[in-house]
Design a protein around this ligand. Structure first.
Ligand code: SF4
Length: 328
C-alpha cells in the first residue's frame, strides 16, 4: 500500500450519528469547494468545483477491505462506511462507482457533504446510491453564505438550495442536515427561522445543530453561547423538525445506564430538557431535584431560558480541543 492509500481509511470510530463507523477520506487535504471560517482542517489549499479522480475506486475498496479485516480481527462492530473527507467528498468523480463497489461488502454507506455540488445531476445520482446522506445548511442567506462558507466564485446558493430540494424528493435513504452556529454570523433568530423553513421542505430524518468544537480556520471565530444554541434548537423544534445538537461537553455521556444522573446527562448532551421533563424523569426514578442542584453546582449542567421556560443543557467545553486523528 502506498502512503496515500493508508490515508484513505480510519477508524472504526464511534460516531454520535452513525454508531461504529469506518471513515473514508477520498479527498487529499485540503481540496474543497468551500473555505469555511470554522473549518477544523485549516485553510483550503485548492478551491475547486470540477470533479476529478483522486484515487482509483479499486484503491478505495482495497483500503476499506483492509480496515474491515483489521476490525474483524479485533472483534469490533462496523455499522457504517462513511465518506468524511479532508475536503468535499463529492469532488471525487468516482464517488458513485466507489459506493456501488463498497455496497457489495454488505455495510451501509454514509456521505457527509457540504451540498455545494448538489445542483449537478451526476452528484445527485451518485449520492442517491448511499444509505445515509448529511447536507450542510449553515444559512440560506447569500451574504452570510459568503461570509461563513467562503464558496468557490462560480457557485450559486440558489442552485444549491434547489438541488437539495430536488434530491430530497427522490432519495430513498436517510437524509439529515447539519447547521453550524457561529456567534454573530449564523445564530440570529430571523436567519435560523428561514433555515428551519427550508429544512422542513426537505423532510429530513433528523437535523443537527453544531458548533465548532475544534480550533477554527479563522482566528476569532466563536461558537454561539448556550442560550443561542438553545434558541436555535427551539426554533427548529417549533417548525416540527426532529433536532439534536452536536456540541462538546465535559465527560462522557453516551450511556443510558439506569443511573438517573448519567441518564439525565446523556439526554442533555443531545438536546435541552425543559424543567417539567426533568421533573418527570426524576419522579419516575424516585429521585429528587437535589440531583439537578448538584449538577448545577458541579457545572456539569447549565440552566437557560427560552420563551419564559427553563431549560437544562450539558455544559460546553471551555476551550476548543485539538482534533484527534480520525474523529468525526
Ligand atoms: S466544507 Fe467542510 S472541509 Fe470544506 S471548508 Fe467547509 S468545513 Fe472545511
Amino acid at each position: 500500500m502506498t502512503m496515500d492509500v493508508k490515508r484513505i481509511t480510519f477508524g472504526p470510530v464511534p460516531s454520535r450519528r452513525l454508531g461504529q463507523s469506518i471513515g473514508i477520506n477520498n479527498i487529499p487535504p485540503k481540496i474543497c469547494t468551500y473555505s469555511c471560517i470554522y473549518c477544523q482542517l485549516g485553510k483550503t489549499y485548492t478551491l475547486q468545483i470540477t470533479r476529478t479522480p483522486f484515487y482509483t475506486p479499486q484503491e478505495i475498496v482495497a483500503a476499506v477491505k483492509q480496515k474491515i479485516q483489521d476490525a474483524k480481527e479485533k472483534k469490533e462492530a462496523i455499522n457504517y462506511l462513511t465518506f468524511v473527507a479532508d475536503g468535499e467528498p463529492t469532488l471525487d468523480v468516482n464517488l458513485g462507482e466507489e459506493i456501488e463497489l463498497l455496497k457489495t461488502l454488505g455495510i451501509k454507506i454514509a456521505v457527509i457533504t457540504n451540498s455545494s455540488l448538489i445542483w449537478k445531476k451526476d452528484v445527485r445520482d451518485d449520492l442517491r446510491k448511499a444509505d445515509w446522506v448529511s447536507f450542510k445548511i449553515d444559512t440560506v442567506d447569500q451574504e452570510i453564505w459568503h461570509r461563513i462558507n467562503r464558496p468557490h466564485g462560480s457557485l450559486k446558493l440558489r442552485d444549491i438550495l434547489d438541488g437539495m430540494s430536488e434530491f430530497s424528493h427522490s432519495f430513498k435513504g436517510d437524509l439529515v442536515t447539519e447547521t453550524m452556529l457561529i456567534q454573530d454570523v449564523t445564530d440570529g433568530a430571523e436567519g435560523l427561522e428561514k433555515v428551519a423553513s427550508f429544512i422542513v421542505g426537505l423532510s429530513p430524518k433528523k437535523s443537527n445543530i453544531s458548533i465548532p468544537i475544534r480550533p477554527p480556520a479563522v482566528k476569532g471565530v466563536k461558537s454561539s453561547d448556550i442560550n443561542k444554541i438553545n434558541r436555535a434548537f427551539q426554533i427548529f423544534k417549533e417548525q416540527g423538525i426532529e433536532v439534536e445538537y452536536l456540541i462538546d461537553y465535559e465527560g462522557n455521556a453516551f450511556a443510558f445506564t439506569g443511573n438517573i444522573e448519567e441518564d439525565l446527562l446523556g439526554i442533555m448532551s443531545v438536546h435541552p430538557m425543559r424543567e417539567d421533563g426533568v421533573r418527570e424523569l426524576l419522579s419516575k426514578a424516585n429521585a429528587s431535584w437535589s440531583i439537578i442542584e448538584k449538577l448545577l453546582v458541579q457545572k456539569k449542567v447549565i440552566q437557560t431560558e427560552y420563551n419564559g421556560e427553563k431549560f437544562y443543557m450539558r455544559k460546553l467545553l471551555n476551550k476548543p480541543r485539538t482534533i484527534k486523528e480520525g474523529e468525526f
